[in-house]
Design a protein around this ligand. Structure first.
Ligand code: ADP
Ligand code: MG
Length: 514
């Protein structure tokens, strides 16, 4: 889609240091910059002048690569990788035919490097500070990995922001009136669905609750349409439709067209010869009814978590390309009995909000008066997206169980301490760990252990010596953990912090983008 905004005024922007927001999406990325008037503008991508760039990387050899639309069109071929954000923070390996292996973090680093270079080229200035956005329900590892990827890409990223918060920030600026109450950010993208309940007063944004489904979005709608077309072709010709004769890229394009038209004729040529089939919007909507139902159930879940009812939600802000589908708007209207708000391209809102945030989090030295004014009243309050705890021995059941120290939904920053006791006389060491989970689990089978260690204790003491465990979750959503033996004052401190994963040897330096 072409940019509806006027081009950036180069004279004023020239030689400025820039504050930018990057929406590093599963499907598409967008970059925005705070302009000299204190308003965020989308930065067009260099290759095809679009406002968003597909998050797809293609390698041509051991050191040359490309990111964007051309790569997206080659998805499915060797050396082309997409949708890796789903696996951020894991060791999943993407192997090229040139013998290189990449983690999702390193692919993201290359993607971000290309975005940085394009942005610097487009703005003719340096990027002073960037903020990268992440889904609100990203696990600690995935957050760290995102920060590490940004660092490897040569970006000065000190802060990350949750996607719904960035979107709410943008909507709060441009609503044309002071927002005051409880709102919902409804984000249906290509691969994920996230929904958050947010309190907004002026430019003060508090997330109250957030929920997400990792595998629900436009990709699933594309598959459903591909299946529907295959079924119709078979009915009409008696032969099966070869998937390559109607691939997911064609399905996506027809899906978008069904957002505008109520029916679409699709010419096909496959095993059963030529046939033109017709798909109506209603048939397509029927084929994804279960998925739409899931989005509605998740809206109800997040409302109940935030102790709000449908009537409490003043407005619903749309985010994500899939909210362009009329059936999604209808579903929201049915559920909330009101029209959702959408006065900007839904796939750009997150980057635009993040550009404000980059300026807001900066030391302010390079901001001009208008920019300072724009961020003057901003205040952001985030919440934790997971439960964090540690394993401990439960005396009554004589088993190891998970115990929670920081609850999901706790306001950030927060610090919590919980006291434990040694189990044996003369206990000279203690196992330490940090767990993370989506629900308040006691069963260790269902938690993710994100750190493990051990601490030596003084000898010769009876059992029952107090051990304090303190978890602090800072504004950047990074955890600091302190385990202390109260009597001796011995402590073990760890920072589940940015850059931890970046000490691997990967560097983006040798890679050149097209
Ligand atoms: P993400 O946050 O996953 O990176 P986006 O917010 O950019 O993704 O949304 C991408 C998804 O939106 C894709 O599945 C794309 O097909 C879908 N999309 C974009 N425009 C339309 C449209 N007009 N109608 C239906 N789906 C659309
Ligand atoms: Mg998105």
């Amino acid at each position: 889609m072409k940019n509806p905004q006027p081009p950036i005024n180069r004279e004023k922007e020239n030689k400025m240091t820039h504050y930018i927001g990057i929406d590093l999406g599963t499907t598409n990325c967008a970059v925005a910059v705070l302009n000299a008037q204190g308003e965020p503008d989308i930065v067009h991508n260099k290759d095809d002048g679009q406002n968003t760039t597909p998050s797809v990387i293609q390698f041509f050899d051991k050191s040359t690569y490309d990111v964007g639309m051309e790569s997206y069109k080659s998805l499915g071929m060797d050396d082309v990788f997409g949708r890796f954000k789903r696996y951020m923070g894991t060791d999943k390996s993407y192997k090229t035919t040139f013998g290189e292996r990449f983690t999702p973090e390193n692919l993201s680093a290359l993607l971000l490097k290309k975005l940085r270079e394009d942005t610097e080229h487009g703005l003719d200035g340096t990027i002073s500070e960037a903020v990268v956005t992440i889904p609100a329900n990203f696990a600690n590892d995935a957050r760290e990995s995102t920060l590490a990827a940004a660092k490897k890409a040569g970006l000065n990223v000190k802060n990350i922001i949750n996607e719904p918060t960035a979107a709410a920030l943008y909507y709060s600026f441009y609503a044309g009136r002071d927002l005051n109450g409880t709102y919902m950010v409804y984000d249906l993208g290509g691969g994920t669905f996230d929904v958050s309940v947010i309190k907004i007063r002026g430019k003060k944004v508090d997330i109250i609750a957030t929920e997400g489904v990792k595998e629900l979005g436009g990709d699933d709608f594309d598959k459903a349409l591909q299946q529907l077309v295959a079924d119709k072709y078979q009915q009409q010709t008696g032969s099966r439709l070869n998937q390559d004769d109607y691939d997911l890229i064609e399905a996506e394009s027809d899906k978008k067209s069904l957002s505008i038209r109520v029916s679409k004729k699709i010419p096909l040529h496959s095993n059963g010869g030529r046939a033109t089939i017709e798909i109506t919007r209603q048939q397509f909507v029927d084929s994804i009814a279960d998925l739409i139902k899931q989005t509605e159930l998740l809206c109800e879940k997040v409302l109940s978590e935030s102790a709000k009812s449908i009537g409490d939600i003043q407005e619903i802000f749309l985010v994500g390309g899939s909210t362009r589908m009329p059936c999604i708007i209808d579903s929201i209207k049915r559920l909330f009995n009101k029209d959702p708000i959408n006065f900007v391209n839904p796939d750009e809102v997150v980057a635009l909000g993040a550009a404000f945030y980059a300026a807001y989090k900066s030391d302010g030295k390079n901001l001009n008066t208008l920019q300072k004014l724009a961020i003057a009243d901003v205040q952001i309050a985030e919440i934790t997206s997971k439960f964090f705890g540690t394993s401990a021995h439960n005396r009554s059941t004589n088993t190891s169980v998970n115990t929670i120290i920081i609850n999901k939904g706790e306001s950030i920053p927060c610090t919590k301490t919980r006291r434990y006791f040694t189990r044996y006389d003369n206990q000279t060491s203690i196992n330490l760990d940090v767990t993370e989970c989506d629900n308040a689990e006691t069963d260790l089978k269902y938690v993710n252990t994100i750190w493990q260690g051990e601490m030596d204790l003084p000898s010769g003491r009876p059992k029952g010596c107090p051990q304090d465990v303190t978890f602090s979750y800072d504004e950047n959503q990074v955890m600091h953990c302190k385990f202390s033996d109260v009597e001796s004052g011995r402590t073990t401190e760890i920072d589940l912090t940015m850059g931890k994963k970046s000490d691997d040897k990967f560097s983006t330096d040798k890679f050149i983008s097209h």
